[in-house]
Ligand binder design. Structure first.
Ligand code: 0O2
Length: 210
């Protein structure tokens, strides 16, 4: 039984904080060396307690199995300009020594029935606590800006309809997901031209790191 949720969630808070800095560092390193970054921006969150409890019910996860069976209590998102960048980022993550990848799910090439696309990486991450090292599970979702726009809107609607979309809305969301993917494909086709503009643009860009 979890007596104190804030104690339970502390290592996850720590992990999300550290990983946001590290992943944003990848973008900074590209910009520092005057290269186009495959990362547009990074977000992170610890799953709210209500969402953890709701997912525990939905997935029949008991409290004593929570650390092992719920992979996304610590969640990071990496948003990329182009679809190809997703795989560049995944390769960068695979080469890191501070994350131990346990599972990868490619919903970019194999979208979910809802229309959802993203690349999911589940990994083990070590946290240094006063009492010693603790390994926690965490998830990184890598997606394009268009995929993120779709997923954010669909996620909000999911709350409203409690996961039970009317048939018409479900179809429209699936169509919108296709339109978003067509946009990604269209952008990739004019990519070379865009890359030149972006490289000039990064010198004078707005800072969205916080
Ligand atoms: P939250 O609020 O984002 O934390 P599944 O039952 O298929 O969702 P699975 O296959 O075990 O779960 O894990 P998966 O698909 O790798 O990851 C689940 C997470 O991916 C979700 O977390 C969402 O963040 C995202 N996701 C998966 N499918 C969809 C979708 O159809 N629409 C949107 N908007 N996001 C999706 P949570 O816990 O559901 O929610």
């Amino acid at each position: 039984m979890i007596k104190n949720w804030s104690d339970f969630l502390f290592p996850y808070e720590q992990a999300v904080g550290e990983l946001k800095v590290k992943l944003r560092g990848i973008r900074k390193e590209f910009i520092q060396s005057d290269k186009r970054s495959p990362i547009e921006f990074v977000t992170g969150r610890v799953k709210p307690i209500d969402s953890i409890k709701e997912k525990m019910k939905r997935r029949y996860v008991s409290e004593d199995r929570l650390s092992q069976d719920m992979e996304d209590i610590a969640g990071l998102r990496i948003m990329c300009p182009f679809v190809d960048d997703i795989y560049v980022v995944v390769d960068i993550l695979r080469r890191r020594s501070d994350i131990n990848i346990l599972e990868e799910r490619d919903y970019v090439n194999r979208e979910k029935a809802s229309g959802y696309r993203s690349y999911h990486i589940v990994f083990e991450y070590p946290i240094e606590l006063v009492g010693g090292e603790k390994k926690i599970l965490a998830e990184i979702q890598v997606r394009t800006l268009a995929m993120n726009f779709w997923a954010t809107v669909e996620h909000s609607l999911n709350y409203k309809y409690n996961g039970e979309f009317p048939e018409e809305l479900k179809k429209r969301l699936q169509q919108s997901a296709e339109t978003a993917f067509e946009l990604d494909e269209g952008m990739s086709e004019i990519r070379d031209e865009l890359i030149e503009t972006q490289e000039d643009g990064t010198k004078n860009e707005h800072n969205r790191d916080e």
